[in-house]
Design a binder for this molecule. Structure first.
Ligand SMILES: N[C@@H](CCC(=O)N[C@@H](CS)C(=O)NCC(=O)O)C(=O)O
Length: 220
């Protein structure tokens, strides 16, 4: 198969591109990477030395494409489907790209900071960094709550790249820094994402790995 995707079903940036693949029914060969397994990590690092996933390999064109946004841009350009992940209208495309960046930088990254801190040894935690991450998430939630007064999806009335970014970020953010009760429009948007068949499939496929999600450490 021409397209090979290096990923892990539980990793949020991988879920972002899986949502895009499923949205348009694009076939790919799955290569599940276990970064905790030295052999799997080494084989992946030979493909992309940063060893961060997802990474797409298009064997037909001899191309290696890291970075979730770039992977989705590549799919939109070369494997277009009924969902225009990057709209053909340049103004709408700009909105899709803007909100993709917003969700990666101001939802996904602070969410990962909180989760990552839980994985640190107790004496290496970073309470100040976690407090900053929570404050950033609060700002992002307020902005999304305002935006969602006039939109169905992240970038407007159509499902795009930006929703692929929003869905996994919000999924894990709701677990570590809940928003749905305080922000009804954001909560309703999250429900639409959860009901979207492409993302519902991603959530279902990640279920076997849910026990890896770190619980909040006990205070003290
Ligand atoms: N900017 C990258 C971020 C990729 C990323 O950080 N992926 C995480 C998984 S969600 C990862 O590879 N973590 C493993 C590590 O950092 O060692 C993208 O958009 O693809």
């Amino acid at each position: 198969m021409a397209l090979k995707l290096y990923y892990h079903p539980f990793a949020s940036f991988c879920q972002k591109v899986l949502t895009a693949f499923y949205e348009n029914g694009i076939a790919f060969e799955p290569v599940v990477v276990d970064l905790g397994n030295p052999e799997s990590r080494a084989a992946f690092a030979a493909v992309w030395p940063l060893a961060k996933f997802p990474v797409l390999r298009d064997e037909a064109r001899g191309l290696t494409i890291p970075e979730s946004t770039t992977v989705i841009e590549y799919l939109a350009q070369n494997f277009p489907g009924t969902t225009q992940l990057v709209p053909s209208d340049p103004d709408l495309a700009l909105q899709a790209r803007l909100w993709d960046r917003f969700y990666d930088n101001y939802v996904e990254h602070p969410m990962q900071k909180i989760v990552g801190d839980r994985l640190r040894p107790a004496d290496r935690r970073d309470p100040h960094g976690v407090a900053e991450a929570r404050a950033l998430l609060d700002s992002a939630y307020r902005i999304i709550e305002t935006e969602m007064a006039a939109k169905t999806w992240a970038a407007g009335e159509a499902f795009t790249l930006a929703d692929c970014a929003a869905a996994p970020g919000l999924f894990y953010a709701e677990l570590v820094h809940p928003f749905a009760e305080r922000h009804p429009r954001l909560g309703a948007y999250f429900e639409r994402l959860m009901a979207r068949p492409s993302f519902a499939r991603v959530v279902e496929e990640a279920k076997p790995y849910r026990h890896f999600f770190p619980q909040e450490p006990a205070a003290g």
